[in-house]
Design a protein around this ligand. Structure first.
Ligand SMILES: Nc1ncnc2c1ncn2[C@@H]1O[C@H](COP(=O)(O)OP(=O)(O)OP(=O)(O)O)[C@@H](O)[C@H]1O
Length: 203
């Protein structure tokens, strides 16, 4: 199964600069793909388009040959800043429960203490919140995961732990994974193939 972006071109408004031009990218569920490039080169914008968060673009995104449906989200995007995508008025068990019923062993794998489930997002650190946003994205319907600087805010040891847990699930469930990072060393370890955005973006 593949998630494909075909001839993707994009600008934020008609007056603003071209961010993406004729980008072609394929994420295969049998390989882990890395995407790297300079700050501001359009990586996050491309991720949002692939995940269906930006809808006004030129080109075509397909998941398993079909357009991404609205009701069922086979493509999940994990943002760099989890606090931006969490409802501050929900306790953490509601934040997770909205997506799926996470088994206890997975909470443990991701280093989430049970007492945190009863806290508000504002009562957790950025790194602790990020563990929740990763787990939330890993609901059983997810076919492709896009990790946009997913572990930037975590220390090196926690980064490895989180990636280990994600990779285990990705392999078990045969999911596709796109890893976006500035850390080329990390990508070289994790990914089967790494793409430089300037090589696929013709702006
Ligand atoms: N909502 C927005 N409205 C207008 N311009 C935006 C918006 N979001 C991003 N941009 C601009 O689009 C360009 C590409 O940004 P994008 O976040 O996709 O880059 P990036 O490669 O992910 O950067 P980084 O590695 O720093 O996260 C930048 O010049 C940025 O200023």
């Amino acid at each position: 199964m593949e998630l494909t972006g075909k001839n993707i071109s994009f600008k934020y408004s008609s007056q603003s600069k071209q961010i993406l031009k004729d980008v072609n990218i394929t994420i295969d569920n049998k390989k882990i793909l890395g995407l790297f490039g300079d700050s501001g080169s359009g990586k996050s914008s491309l991720c949002k388009i692939l995940a269906g968060h930006i809808k006004r673009y030129e080109g075509e995104v397909k998941c398993g040959g079909n357009k991404i449906p609205n009701a069922f989200d086979p493509v999940q995007l994990i943002y760099q800043h989890p606090e931006k995508v969490m409802n501050p008025k929900w306790k953490m068990h509601e934040v997770l429960g909205e997506s799926w019923d996470v088994p206890d062993d997975l909470l443990e794998d991701f280093g989430i203490q049970k007492s945190w489930l009863n806290r508000w997002p504002a009562e957790l650190s950025g790194g602790e919140l990020q563990r929740f946003s990763v787990l939330r994205a890993l609901n059983p319907k997810t076919k492709f995961l896009i990790a946009d600087e997913m572990t930037t805010m975590l220390d090196a040891i926690t980064q490895v732990q989180i990636f280990d847990s994600v990779l285990k699930i990705v392999k078990e469930r045969n999911m596709g994974l796109l890893v976006v990072s500035h850390d080329k060393d990390l990508m070289d370890i994790i990914c089967d193939e790494v793409v430089y955005i300037d090589d696929i973006n013709h702006v």
